[in-house]
Design a protein around this ligand. Sequence first.
Ligand code: DSN
Length: 421
Amino acid sequence: MTVRHPALAATDPALAALVGAEERLQAETLRLIPSENYVSAAVLEASGTVLQNKYSEGYPGRRYYEGQQNIDQVESLAIDRAKAVFGVDHANVQPYSGSPANLAVYLAFAQPGDTVMGMALPMGGHLTHGWGVSATGSWFRGVQYGVRADTGRIDFDEVRELALKERPKVIFCGGTALPRTIDFAAFAEIAQEAGAVLVADIAHIAGLIAGGAHPSPVPHVDVVSTTTHKTLRGPRGAMLMCREEHAKAIDKAVFPGLQGGPHNQTTAGIAVALHEASQDSFRAYAHAVVANAKALAEALLERGFDLVSGGTDNHLILMDLTPKDVPGKVAAKALDRAGIVVNYNTVPYDSRRPFDPSGVRIGTPSLTSRGLGVSDMAVVADWIDRGVAAAGRGDEAALSVVRAEVAELMAAHPAPGLPLA
Ligand code: DSN
């Protein structure tokens, strides 16, 4: 057998063993966490290069360190590709990840104590959209909207009423557990009326937007914030994109406002991912992610699962396991033992606590990257059904049977970037 990371194995066998174990885990399991994916071997290679040896505070052509002959070109490539893929005036590819990217937005457009508005975390929003335990909810005055209890969808009358009453400086739309298409035009109308800067956090759906499988926020919003490692299938990083009028404020907020030197190896990985995202094959991937999610949602509904909002328009499904009488955390841990990796999650109006909620959140980006298709989704739903039922009755033997079946199907669908065996 070839040693996959020979230098690492020679220098630090303990760490090499852990990397190898993680590679096997990712290869053998059915990964359904909707914010995760498999990057290509090319993205992995770019992200592990000597570019990480270089300091380059500043921006291409305006650095505080010499020796930027190559780094400037790497960052410019990433910027140009982001502009082309998303059709934006300006792109900043330096934010270390999604939370720092969003913090830069606040730094650019608000002062401490100002009112900001976003979707509440338990309703499907993100910590950094003004939720109380986050700096964004304590340094700013966060007001939060949600979804309707009866439909699981955003009530734009409520959002409008809140925005006009509270007059936030910044409004965030987007989130982490939203199974439905985000109506950016409706948010834009409200933001304009309220005089707020509108930010679309497209971290979850960036790949779908790049591939034409979700409407783009670009014509409607002031700023687009995204991580690069979810449906976009890049390395762990982030980007801020905006209209030209906001370019200076955004760049200044990222550096020197919040960050020092950019992670150039990550920038390189982002550039590669954006190159991949501009190909026809990525368009097909983005549409397949959505088709798989819809098929999986249908198959789960047929098996009696309660899905928030009744289904999905994108890559993500939020299951409320209350009718199954199995808490989300119990189900998630049992599914993990069955080789199906999900995360437990609050559902809107959850009667349980965030660390022990009623829901489980799943998605199709990773399994689609392995080539699973619509015809495989009944099997996936069946495993989830059997896993949750086994969790309810404490049947470890049934979980082991599912785990063996999962491993067999995964072996037939090698994961990008991972060894075959
Ligand atoms: N942690 C990410 C997710 O899983 O959705 C959001 O930041």
